[in-house]
Design a protein around this ligand. Structure first.
Ligand code: FES
Ligand SMILES: [Fe+2]
Length: 336
């Protein structure tokens, strides 16, 4: 599936920028192959439009902001958050409102990130109860571009068979037999549950406050169609480590990885830097293998390009759900 060619994927919210990085200057981002400009309106709320001035096509993200509007750096045309061109400074009466307009998108701020939906969203931004729970703290982890397809990143997040191999240097149990997984379907995705046996290396012993060489993760993983997941890990001592990962599709082979954590301990228990250091190692291990895979994932399990084993079930369910999504939208799957 080529993500930039499937219009229905425009109907979802994607995290695109850390909220604190959107200040007084406009910022550019490419979402599903569409160049967008983001800025803050007069109320401080994020705004998003196409990153192309309708006068001579200059990128608005190279311009500047004033009074909650984005101003083109070429001849100064001004746009509001609805995409209306509200001022052309060269006009005799510059306050006279022109009729020109550029495409505007929905933008919202949630969980410390700016989210964008290019078309009418099918579902709300995922709800994360831990974000409202005062016993949890938030730790922003990674914001980086991977040369990997977004669906590959999602499938990998639910793959119980890769720990022994990809994560052999960090937490992977040497026993390659994957844990069982149970499933609950929802209109917006699915939730899975499994008990996973993991190694407990030195840094984790400190981070988790668990002295054993091996431990158990009670994993509840939630897939939010198409490219967002929640991994809620509960350790035997009651510590809960919730990892949120968005694989926001920049284009057909590149994903903006957005990862943040909620955790029910304190900075005095475990410094955020130590939490990030362990997850850094794990995430780098995933990245290395995912960047070696084909970005274009076939949704048809019988395409003959890939063969499967029982533990591939969550990924195959994602492919089936996405195939159903395309079919319901009247779209054929487009491949490279
Ligand atoms: S190109 Fe934007 S104002 Fe001329
Ligand atoms: Fe992994």
């Amino acid at each position: 599936m080529l993500v930039t060619r499937q219009k229905v994927l425009r109907r979802f919210w994607y995290p695109v920028l850390p909220a604190e990085s959107l200040g007084i200057e406009p910022a550019g981002f490419t979402l599903l192959g569409t160049p967008i400009v983001l800025w803050r309106d007069e109320s401080g709320a994020p705004a998003a439009t196409i990153d192309r001035c309708c006068h001579r096509t200059a990128r608005l993200s190279r311009g500047y902001c004033e009074g909650g509007r984005v101003i083109c750096g070429y001849h100064g045309w001004e746009y509001d958050r609805t995409g209306a061109c509200v001022r052309i400074p060269q006009q005799k009466d510059p306050a006279r409102t022109p009729k020109f307009r550029i495409e505007a998108f929905r933008a919202a701020e949630r969980y410390g990130y700016v989210w964008v939906a290019l078309d009418e969203p099918m579902f709300d931004i995922p709800s994360i109860p831990e974000a409202e729970d005062p016993t949890f703290r938030r730790i922003p982890e990674f914001y980086e571009i991977w040369n990997a397809g977004a669906l590959r990143v999602m499938e990998n997040s639910f793959d119980n068979a890769h720990f022994t191999f990809v994560h052999r240097s960090s937490f992977g149990d040497p026993d390659p037999k994957p844990s069982e997984m149970s499933y609950t379907d929802y209109p917006w995705g699915f939730e899975t549950h499994s008990i996973v046996h993991v190694k407990n290396p030195d840094l984790q012993k400190k981070n988790l406050g668990l002295a054993d060489d091996m431990t158990v993760r009670d994993n509840t993983r939630t897939w939010y169609m198409p490219f967002f997941r929640k991994l809620r890990i509960r350790y035997p001592n009651g510590l809960v480590h919730v990892i949120l990962t968005g694989a926001t599709p920049i284009d057909d082979r590149t994903s903006q990885i957005v990862q943040f954590v909620y955790r029910n301990d304190t900075e005095a228990d475990t410094p955020a830097a130590s939490v990030i250091a362990f997850d850094r190692q794990v995430t780098a291990e995933d990245r290395a293998v995912l960047e070696s895979t084909d970005a274009d994932v076939p949704l048809d399990r019988n395409s003959g390009e890939e063969f499967h084993m029982p533990s591939d079930k969550p990924g195959l369910l994602m492919r089936r759900r996405l195939a159903e999504l395309l079919a319901a939208a009247g779209e054929a799957e487009i491949r490279a």
